[in-house]
Design a binder for this molecule. Structure first.
Ligand code: PGA
Length: 250
């Protein structure tokens, strides 16, 4: 099985109603992309974004969900609520969530199951810190995060894995292509070991300072099936350039 190609944008805590114009422009510029395209805006914009680009090829996702369906959890959002608002995917275990909200592999695993129960695709994020890389621990760290964050039952349809070195996020620093290949090949082998043919089809995204200017070379790396893009997903022109690079890599 070959993994499908996905260009996913993570708006993080950016975006007001006026910014929906960017995603409308993106949808107009890419009416039938050859790859999957996803934007994950802040929760407040999920429903209005779905309305604004209804009928387009762009999917909309959340940036986190709670592990349970409903209840006394002030300020949290469940997977069912995201789906109800029109989301089809949810990013889980982003390094900013792991740092700011003390999320662990165990909590990400529960959230992944919650996402599936609402028929959402879980985009599970893992990645090492600079200190871990300098200490030569990268593969141990990402291997442990992968094993701990993914529940049994991952399929090519219900799960995406995003490798995002923490030191590359929002910094303009990008690993060498060899470093990306080493991690992606390792993750692919681990996914196949655990999930068999489904593991071969789980999309593996690279994330961390992806831009139109470096996307072609990153998408040329083995086992890179797309990107999770932060800053460069906020502007239609930039994200459009990344979509086009992924189309070229087909
Ligand atoms: P960045 O963020 O593209 O701004 O580096 C990536 C991410 O955090 O998903």
């Amino acid at each position: 099985m070959t993994a499908r190609k996905l260009a996913a944008g993570n708006w993080k805590m950016n975006g007001l109603a006026a910014d929906l114009a960017e995603v409308e422009a993106l949808a107009k510029a890419h009416p039938s992309p050859a790859v999957e395209v996803l934007i994950c805006p802040p929760a407040t914009l999920i429903a209005p974004m779905c309305t604004r680009i209804a009928g387009s090829a762009i999917a909309v996702g959340g940036q986190d969900c709670h592990a349970v369906e409903k209840g006394a959890h002030t300020g949290d959002i469940s997977a069912q609520m995201l789906a109800d608002a029109g989301a089809t995917n949810v990013i889980l275990g982003h390094s900013e969530r792991r740092t700011d909200h003390y999320e662990t592999d165990a909590s990400v695993r529960l959230k992944t199951q919650a996402a599936w129960s609402a028929d959402l695709v879980a985009i599970v994020c893992i990645g090492e810190t600079l200190g871990e890389r300098e200490d030569g621990e990268t593969l141990d760290i990402v291997g442990g995060q992968l094993a701990g964050s993914l529940p049994d039952g991952c399929t090519a349809a219900n799960t995406v894995v995003a490798y995002e070195p923490v030191w590359a996020i929002g910094t303009g620093k990008v690993p060498t292509l060899d470093q990306i290949a080493e991690v992606h090949d390792f993750l692919r082998a681990r996914l196949e070991e655990r999930f068999g043919a489904e593991g071969a089809g789980i999309p593996l995204l690279y994330g961390g300072s992806v831009k139109p200017s470096n996307a072609d070379e990153i998408f040329g790396v083995s086992n890179v099936d797309g990107a999770l893009v932060g800053g460069a997903s906020l502007k239609a022109a930039d994200f459009g350039g990344i979509i086009e690079a992924l189309e070229r890599a087909e």
